[in-house]
Write a protein that binds this ligand. Structure first.
Ligand SMILES: [Zn+2]
Length: 564
């Protein structure tokens, strides 16, 4: 490929909205261009990276025995009405009508279609198991598309489903995907962690996420360096410390007129946030609950929803809060409340804490759970934090931010029961098929690779995903000796099957080097003044130093690295 012919609109500056390295570098290196919020085109170099990422996934899926198919992105409403998700998806779903006013959507996910495909195609229990996958475009009308291709409204996904007739079969299918995912992300050069994930209120027996460790990750991971325990924040188990056994003091209502924030109230009492218990009024699918955690903790809404057996919870409307507490928002407390109380485990071990008094500008001190209120539910409903106790070995938990690139999930019979995917066993009895689902966000993999592989000059692609593996740079294209040696090297690499660029542009060498460092081509062979002696400079993008060697050695060295 000649650089002079390559569409590569590199930029000196990224647009101001690009906040993270991968977004900045994808824009600057000319890999993508933006059409609308969360909607991007992949330009030639970007598309090559995307296709290489796809190829790795496809190869590992095929090796694991999964079969590829391809489903439409345009889906009739009936597909989702049967499972109830036509309504549940809400505004996240792109909806449209055809010329006959029939409802359609652009598929946000394909569980229903995979299930229906197996209903239509498989008839005997003897045919199972199957693992099917596709690499296909999904659409979700994200409320906040951001971070370049990390969170977009159109994205490529590899989604796979396994169909088994026994729990053991599901375990095997799941394990095969687990192993394939490890190979996939290893080949992408990613540093990742496999964490236990939440399976939701609907059940499912196991779930793990593949998290790329990165400060820009939107997910929090809890892990232990001593015993290798790791889980995402929805799943991580919080262990409660020793109970406080100090003497219960008499309860006392205190006027706190000018204190609004928890800091101001704490200062008023001369205490810290951890001496308080926060009471938050939540709405769980129409029912109100008072939810209690220690003053310096955060409620985990996924844990809370799971414990309440609902799909989702949200903070109650201010009007509801005023009605149940008879006070302005900010003064809720458990004493005397008429709605059910959900308390975090830790709250039950505290003594003599401070709460809102259900009266504007008032708090109560010396509240004790065993004496002053009754909790309907006591459970683990808070976020784990740095320094928490590891639930496995008792040492200290650490937390990190992660980018979720893959997710594997033992679905069980949720979709097969909802949609009627059954098999008839040897006794003639009908049973639901047991399913697993396995996703990889492909665009997000590209962004994650960049987040973990860059420096101040640009991207440093791992070989397997690099858009081109090598670039040959004649320093002066008007020098016949340099140009012809550069062309010879390029041809030899091309003939050996290497994707290579020759930079035939009439530019200063500094400009050329800057572009290739920004784009991140792994191998650079520079042909300069020593061309007459057959000597070139060989340099790797990942290293600072270059080496003088003969053109033959440069080709050989490059081939041994690229063809590994
Ligand atoms: Zn541990």
């Amino acid at each position: 490929m000649k650089a002079s012919k390559l569409l590569m609109p590199t930029l000196r500056e990224a647009p101001a909205e690009a906040e993270i390295a991968s977004h900045v570098l994808m824009m600057r290196a000319g890999l993508i261009s933006k059409l609308a919020a969360g909607v991007y085109s992949y330009l030639p170099l970007g598309l090559r990276v995307l296709q290489n990422t796809e190829r790795i996934i496809r190869e590992e899926m095929n090796k694991a025995g999964a079969q590829e198919l391809l489903m439409s992105a345009l889906l009739p409403a009936e597909c989702y009405q049967k499972s109830g998700r036509w309504d549940r998806f809400g505004d996240d779903m792109f909806r449209l009508k055809d010329r006959n006013s029939r409802d359609f959507c652009l598929g946000p996910t394909h569980e229903e279609i995979f299930t229906q495909t197996v209903i239509d195609s498989v008839h005997s229990y003897k045919d199972y198991p199957y693992t099917l996958y596709q690499i296909q475009t999904k659409y979700r009308d994200e409320r906040r598309p951001r971070f370049g291709v990390m969170r977009t409204r159109e994205f490529l996904m590899k989604d796979a489903y396994s169909f088994d007739i026994s729990r053991e079969g599901l375990d095997e299918s799941y394990k095969a995907m687990y192993d394939a995912y490890r190979k996939t992300f290893d080949r992408m050069g990613l540093n990742y962690m496999i964490v236990d994930a939440d399976t939701g209120a609907m059940g499912g027996s196991g779930s793990q996420e593949f998290m790329v460790i990165s400060d820009v990750g939107e997910d929090t991971i809890a892990y232990c360096e001593d015993c290798r325990y790791s889980a995402n924040i929805e799943k991580a188990v919080c262990i409660t410390g020793e109970a406080d056994n100090s003497e219960m003091l008499p309860m006392n209502k205190v006027a706190t007129p000018d204190a609004k924030t928890i800091e101001e109230v704490a200062a008023f009492f001369g205490k810290e946030a951890k001496d308080f218990v926060k009471t938050m009024i939540y709405n769980a699918e129409g029912k109100l609950y008072a939810v209690l955690v220690r003053g310096d903790r955060e409620i985990n809404e996924v844990k809370l929803a799971n414990k309440l057996g609902v799909g989702e919870v949200a903070l109650a409307d201010p009007a509801d809060v005023v009605e149940v507490t008879n006070a302005k928002v900010g003064f809720a407390g458990p004493v005397g409340l008429k709605i059910d109380i959900v308390a975090d485990n830790e709250v039950m071990k505290m003594r003599n804490f401070i709460v809102g008094a259900n009266e504007t500008d008032c708090h109560i001190e010396n509240v004790n759970p065993e004496r002053d209120f009754t909790a309907a539910i006591v459970d683990d409903i808070r976020n784990i934090e740095d320094g928490d106790i590891c639930p496995v070995c008792g040492k200290q938990i650490k937390t990190a931010q992660g980018i979720e690139v893959g997710h594997i999930f033992k679905l069980g019979t949720k979709y097969s029961e909802a949609l009627g995917l059954n098999y008839v066993d040897e006794k003639g009895e009908e049973n639901p098929v047991i399913m697993g689902c396995y996703g990889i966000g492909i665009n997000r993999c590209v962004a994650a690779i960049i987040e973990q592989n860059n420096d101040e000059a640009g991207i440093i692609w791992p070989m397997d995903v690099a858009p081109y593996k090598a670039v040959v740079v004649p320093v002066n294209v008007k020098d016949e000796t340099q140009l012809s040696l550069a062309e010879k090297i390029t041809k030899e690499l091309e003939d050996a099957g290497v994707e290579v660029i020759i930079d035939d542009r009439d530019e200063r060498p500094g400009v050329k080097f800057k572009d290739w460092d920004l784009i991140g081509i792994p191998v650079r062979i520079t042909v300069g003044k020593k061309a007459s002696e057959g000597i070139v400079e060989y340099k790797l993008r990942a290293e600072k130093e270059y080496t003088d060697m003969t053109a033959e050695d440069a080709v050989k060295t490059a081939l041994s690295l690229i063809k590994k």
